[in-house]
Design a protein around this ligand. Structure first.
Ligand SMILES: CC(C)(COP(=O)(O)OP(=O)(O)OC[C@H]1O[C@@H](n2cnc3c(N)ncnc32)[C@H](O)[C@@H]1OP(=O)(O)O)[C@@H](O)C(=O)NCCC(=O)NCCS
Length: 211
């Protein structure tokens, strides 16, 4: 379901961003989407493989310790595999002009009795945009999508030594719900994996029937 455009004010700094519906953004004349040259957030469609590949590979290259995947694993996947990721998951990106500068994805559980849960994945903000509120705006966009698609619970996993990400998630209301000792193994060294979760905030239209 496409999102309605949302204007988002930021907690810090002087930036202002817009959330655009799926399929708009860089292909739409710049002045219509984002007149002040700051990131517009939108859901990627299967036609956005080039932008998806660019920002995902950037994230794995720039912050290799933050992710479970390695850049070399993603460098070799086919065009159709990239597209399949966009078909099977909900992935948002933020664009500065035509350039993707941030990415955040949502992987919904497939089984019927778990389909109210989704895992936040591929979280990355280009270094020049960190601390600007873009990360929170991306999370808000993901959460709006989650709420309208009846996802009740957001979950994620983060490496225990990733203090910046953990601080961001705590600030966004996530709580630690578990820890997998030695969940990450990199270059022979083990790191714990912290599991975090929080309920999706209800939309004003929610009838309150959910627990
Ligand atoms: C995680 C990430 C998306 C957060 O975005 P951000 O713009 O840095 O987030 P924010 O600035 O809104 O919040 C981060 C908070 O952590 C704090 N922080 C940043 N680095 C920190 C560190 N090394 N130790 C402790 N706190 C830290 C910030 O000060 C901020 O808190 P504040 O608002 O109280 O000052 C971004 O840092 C990023 O892309 N990191 C690299 C990839 C990554 O780690 N992804 C997560 C994989 S699970």
């Amino acid at each position: 379901m496409p999102l309605r455009p949302l204007s988002l004010g930021l907690a810090r700094g002087t930036h202002h961003m817009k959330v655009m519906p799926q399929g708009t953004g860089p292909s739409v004349p710049h002045a219509e989407t984002n007149s002040s040259n700051i990131p517009a957030i939108r859901m990627l469609s299967p036609g956005d493989v080039a932008a998806f590949r660019a920002i995902r590979l950037e994230s794995l290259r720039q912050d290799p310790h933050a992710f479970a995947s390695r850049e070399e694993d993603w460098l070799t996947i086919s065009e159709s595999d990239w597209r399949q990721h966009l078909v099977g998951n909900t992935i948002f990106a933020a664009f500065e002009g035509e350039t993707p500068v941030a990415i955040m994805g949502l992987m919904r559980q497939r089984a019927a009795k778990m389909a109210h849960r989704a895992t936040i994945v591929m979280v990355y903000i280009r270094a020049s945009w960190r601390g600007s509120g873009l990360a929170k705006a991306m999370l808000d966009a993901l959460e709006s999508h989650a709420a309208i698609t009846n996802i009740r619970q957001l979950e994620l996993a983060v490496r225990a030594d990733n203090a910046g990400a953990i601080a961001f998630y705590f600030k966004a209301g996530f709580a630690e719900i578990g820890r997998i000792p030695g969940g990450f193994l990199e270059d022979g060294q083990e790191f714990d994996e912290i599991l975090m979760a929080r309920r999706t905030r209800r939309l004003p239209t929610d009838n309150g029937a959910t627990p």
